[in-house]
Design a protein around this ligand. Structure first.
Ligand code: SAH
Length: 274
């Protein structure tokens, strides 16, 4: 998407780039080329470290600390006004709890919409990496709920958890824990248990695709009992059709109602055909 109607040629382009879950192998070709083509690279310091191997010495790097999202966007706008091309990098997809919305709001507030050229490049969200690592837990309707109440009131988070459980969604939990928030995951679990059985399959994945990746498959009643739960962790709780076998977590989408998926059916059919 390129939002460059009526732009002034003197402003540098801001490219908002989703860098994926961690490993730079999961960056799209376009994301990679765009990061490399930008004169200034702006982002949360640990994301800049993660993509360090694709940055060159001559690129200006502006690392920011975690809660400095507004400052990052303001720096991007400032560099653009100076005529620099900017890569604003954001983990996973930049539009999912990421930087693209805030940047567009700030550009709007500054009456620069359409003047600064902006391009948004999608990235692989962390929950897709987690899903792929364990099989196929998200084959049907799903929702993501962040347990961070920094920007969303906790009562709204509780309301969304109840609605997700009542709707039999596959439920993805982001931001399950932080230094300050230690009890929220247990409170969230108890809300989900009002509607969902304690044995419902769940996966807990820390640092998916990164060197310190750790993944466990467990059940809903145990999601708050693992040390690997941190702010780098995603939890996926299956829906009523999710099951686990020796290797995978799988959500049945309903093909079994149309086709006979009973065990050894393919071998049986081949035998009958011959
Ligand atoms: N834009 C990101 C989400 C940012 S919110 C995306 O598209 O996925 C930050 C939350 O994402 C973290 O608290 C954690 O719940 C999740 N997360 C990000 N990277 C992760 C990873 N590599 N492994 C597991 N969870 C991750």
């Amino acid at each position: 998407m390129e939002l460059n109607g009526g732009r002034s040629e003197s402003y540098g382009k801001i490219t908002v780039i989703g860098t994926g879950p961690g490993d730079t192998e999961h960056l799209s070709k376009k994301a990679l080329e765009s990061v490399k083509a930008s004169e200034t690279v702006i982002g949360y310091s640990s994301y800049l470290r993660q993509i360090g191997d694709i940055l060159s010495e001559k690129q200006e790097k502006l690392p920011f600390s975690m809660k400095d999202e507004i400052k990052r966007c303001e720096a991007a706008v400032k560099k653009s006004l100076e005529g620099k091309s900017v890569a604003l990098v954001s983990g996973g997809d930049a539009g999912i709890y990421g930087m693209s919305g805030l940047l567009l709001e700030i550009i709007d507030k500054e009456s620069l919409t359409g003047k600064i050229p902006v391009e948004i490049i999608p990235g692989i969200p962390a929950f897709c990496a987690v899903s792929a690592a364990v099989g196929a837990p998200i084959t049907n309707d799903f929702c993501v709920v962040s347990l961070s109440n920094l920007l969303t009131p906790w009562k709204d988070i509780e309301k969304r958890l109840r609605a997700a459980a009542a709707g039999d969604f596959v439920i993805i939990i982001y931001n399950p824990k932080s230094m300050k928030r230690k009890e929220e995951l247990t409170i969230a679990k108890n809300i989900l248990l009002e509607n969902i059985g304690k044995d419902r399959p769940a996966v807990i994945a820390k640092a998916a695709t990164r060197p310190d990746e750790e993944i466990v498959i467990t059940t809903l009643e145990n999601i708050d009992k693992f040390d690997i739960v941190s702010m780098n962790t995603t939890i996926i709780i299956g829906n009523g059709n999710t099951y686990v076998n020796d290797l995978y977590m799988i959500t049945r989408r309903g093909y079994g109602n149309k086709y006979d998926l009973s065990k050894n059916n393919i071998e049986k059919n081949i035998a009958e055909e011959n």
